[in-house]
Write a protein that binds this ligand. Structure first.
Ligand code: V47
Length: 739
């Protein structure tokens, strides 16, 4: 076992650290030490530079099919504050930016039910038509995965079409947290971690640079964070292409995870520092100022961040709607001042981390570039001429010069870049032209000298062409253009499903397993693509259908000791171990509320020395403290949630699950997994005693659940309004009393 001193020495020597060491450092290293180590790593990778760019975000819609727990941005179609931009509006918006000095448009938004791959491509084309020299960074891997699956094309083909439309790089959003269980809780509708990673892997292999993110500070643990970073580091080793990692601090206003609170500034700085130390193959760490605010961003520069994102121009709402910076906008002067006051050199970059130099503007970069060894010019490759940006071409030069260390070769951060189309054309054009001329002369001379042989050769070629045409025709008549309607495999045995797949000409891939006592082993409980009641879902012959099956035997797990910590920590640990909560029993206490005093499994107390295993899914009962004056809690909103989500919401509020009642639309055990709560026995915001029970009513009737959800949203709003007034009134009473 390494001590933090061993680990620090390894970092100082420039060595890679393991996931276990990173966890130890995170937990035990004092903040100053993390700052020192991360800054050393940052200096090795990007010298004294801190990067920013001139950018805007474009959020075409906030209407989204997905309903993530942490999201405050998402609206349903028809909601009063939902927005949707047509292609014309998008183009007009881009046109308004003409003549400004931005170098990047970052497009991201909701996954709109009516958008397909063509719509997404058209959006990019419209932006590029209005702003031909600006880089379009577009769509999270979640959006890309959705549009590609919807279209039924391969990831590579989908990316190729987006690239053809003008997408140059991919932002890092949608990664959230990779742990499957946690992902299923906070963003159950989004593509899986493997799918997110697969999109980025494919992009990297195609030479498309991407970013990566991690949403942290909600209900995840440090282990989840390290696991997330580890998966990113592995992908970067395998297929380099990440330009930057962006830790995204969770903001809690106006979403269903708000009870998780928000991370402290210390946690933010530790997260940034560990990311810089651990991700030794990702060239840049971005402290996204829109999320962190100016003060924390400035501090982040002393903890390994070397990028602060850009000018933004009040163009994104994702963070302001969740409680981040309101109307985010910073001038170049403000961004540079922030960097300078942290003791570093501000450097304007383009989307590929090339330095942008502007004639006539005296930037910090220009004055330092010639003095500082870190900025020594790298010899240019002959074909990659500096690309002059057309618009405002008097002002901007996208320089190919880069920081020695930033070339990243030694660190494995080297990016594959698509060669400049200009240079490619130049090389191909001249050589092909010459050869073509020589060949043309030779063929004519041969024909004149040997007319019979020439005719024979021509006849053979014609015959071959005829045969080829016949073959293509037959193939397309039988198979090409054929599609298979995806059958519902839910509830059937995996062997039976394989037989169907053989018959129908598609393939089955088991991608996950769960354990449900009520189901036989091998039963399919989920599939992708899923079937739909409103349209046919089809795939091409030979394609894969991914299934989740019920495991054959119930896994045995160690019972963790979860007492002597907060209820939230205990719930997290119980969940991670694969167990569940049986009952929360509250006990009055003088000092604390929501502190776990004791724990029981099958009636027997678990102590720190208990070494026992039990089957996955076994319930743990917790004896939890409450101070008498804090005995009451408010019933949370449960309508719209799955059973698992509703259970968690109740436990988090200090309440228990009463009866679970399914209506007639829930036909079998499989359907139960899809059912959502449409009624709760105690309405939202009712004051009840801790430990009380709430009965849940579930249905698979989506329309009914949706309409109950609308009512629930109104109830929640009026409860929040009522509470706000009560709190204000309490505050004024307090002031009067003090006076
Ligand atoms: O994927 C959503 C996050 C992401 C909340 O690549 C939230 O350069 C905190 O990825 N609290 C989208 N975070 C934004 C994004 C991004 C931003 C800036 C630069 C880049 C880049 C990428 O925002 C989502 C999600 O992880 N998010 N809601 C919230 N309440």
């Amino acid at each position: 076992m390494h001590t933090i001193y061993d680990i620090s020495d390894a970092v100082r020597r420039g060595e890679r650290i393991t996931a276990a060491d990173a966890l130890k450092l995170w937990r035990e290293a004092p903040l100053w030490l993390l700052g020192e180590l991360a800054t050393q790593r940052k200096r090795e990778m990007s010298g004294e530079s801190i990067f920013y760019n001139r950018n805007v975000h474009l959020e075409p819609t906030n209407i989204c099919l997905f309903n993530c727990e942490f999201c405050s941005f998402r609206r349903r179609e028809g909601d009063a504050d939902a927005w949707y931009m047509s292609l014309e509006e998008i183009e007009r918006k881009a046109e308004e930016l003409r003549g400004t000095d931005i170098t990047e448009v970052h497009i991201v938004g909701g996954v709109h039910p009516k958008h397909d791959l063509d719509t997404y491509c058209a959006m990019i084309r419209r932006v590029k038509r209005a702003l031909p020299t600006v880089t379009v960074k577009a769509y999270t891997a979640v959006e890309i995965f959705y549009m590609i699956r919807h279209e039924g094309v391969s990831v590579v083909e989908g990316l190729r079409r987006l690239q053809e439309a003008g997408m140059e790089c991919i932002p890092g959003g949608g990664a959230e947290i990779f742990d499957a269980e946690l992902r299923a809780k906070i963003c159950p509708d989004k593509c899986s971690s493997e799918e997110w990673l697969a999109v980025h892997r494919a992009a990297h292999n195609m030479g498309i640079a991407t970013n990566c993110t991690m949403l942290y500070g909600h209900i995840e643990t440090l282990e989840h964070r390290i696991d997330h970073l580890d998966r990113l580091r592995k992908l970067q080793d395998e297929a380099p292409g990440f330009d930057a990692f962006i830790p995204l601090k969770y903001h809690s206003r106006g979403n269903r995870l708000s009870e998780a609170g928000e991370s402290s500034v210390e946690d933010d700085l530790r997260t940034i520092a560990i990311a810089r130390i651990f991700l030794d193959n990702i060239p840049h760490i971005k402290a996204y100022w829109v999320s962190y605010g100016k003060a924390t961003t400035e501090m982040a520069l002393a903890f390994g961040a070397d990028d602060i994102d850009g000018t933004i121009g009040d163009s994104t709402k994702i963070y302001s709607m969740a409680g981040g910076v309101e109307k985010p906008s910073m001038s170049v002067a403000e961004l540079e001042a922030m960097v300078l006051s942290a003791g570093f050199i501000p450097v304007e970059r383009d989307s590929h981390y090339n330095v942008v130099e502007r004639r006539g503007e005296h930037t910090a970069v220009e004055s330092i570039a010639h003095e500082d060894a870190d900025y020594a010019e790298v010899e240019e490759e002959p074909e990659s001429e500096p690309e002059a940006v057309e618009e405002n071409s008097d002002d901007i030069i996208v320089s190919t010069e880069s920081n020695d260390d930033m070339s990243g070769e030694s660190k494995g951060g080297g990016q594959k870049r698509t060669p400049s189309p200009k240079s490619g054309q130049k090389r191909g054009g001249t050589t092909r032209g010459n050869k073509g001329g020589a060949k043309g002369g030779g063929i004519i001379a041969f024909y004149r000298n040997y007319p019979i042989i020439s005719h024979l050769i021509l006849m053979c070629c014609f015959g071959l062409l005829l045969l080829f045409g016949l073959y293509v025709g037959l193939r397309s008549g039988t198979r090409l253009g054929n599609v298979i309607e995806v059958p519902s495999l839910l509830g059937i045995d995996i062997d039976e499903a394989r037989a169907i797949a053989d018959r129908e000409d598609f393939r089955i891939v088991v991608r996950d397993s769960v354990f449900d006592v009520d189901l036989p082993g091998g039963t399919i409980v989920d599939q992708l693509p899923r079937t739909s009641t409103v349209r046919d879902v089809t795939i091409k012959p030979g394609r894969k259908v991914y299934v989740t099956i019920n495991a054959y035997s119930r896994r045995m797990v160690d019972i963790p000791y979860v007492a002597k910590q907060t209820l939230r920590q205990a719930l997290n640990q119980i969940e991670r171990s694969g167990l569940t909560v049986d009952k929360l029993v509250y006990e009055a206490d003088m000092t604390s509320t929501d502190y776990v005093l004791k724990q029981y499994v099958e009636g027997r107390e678990i102590t720190p020395t208990t070494r026992r295993k039990c089957a996955v899914g076994t319930g743990v009962s917790l004896r939890v403290s409450y101070r008498r004056e804090e005995q009451d809690v408010y019933t949370p909103r449960l309508v719209g949630l799955s059973l698992q989500q509703a259970r968690s919401a109740l436990w988090d509020s200090g309440l228990n699950v009463g009866k679970v009642v399914y209506d007639g639309s829930v036909e079998d055990i499989i359907a139960r997994r899809k059912a959502r709560v449409y009624k709760q026995s105690v309405s939202i915001g009712t004051q009840v005693k801790r430990g009380g029970e709430v009965t849940l009513y579930l249905s698979c009737d989506e329309r009914m659940v949706d309409s109950m959800n609308v009512i629930a949203t109104k109830e929640l709003k009026s409860f929040e309004e009522r509470r706000r007034k009560e709190i204000e009134a309490d505050g004024t009473e307090g002031e009067v009393a003090e006076e």
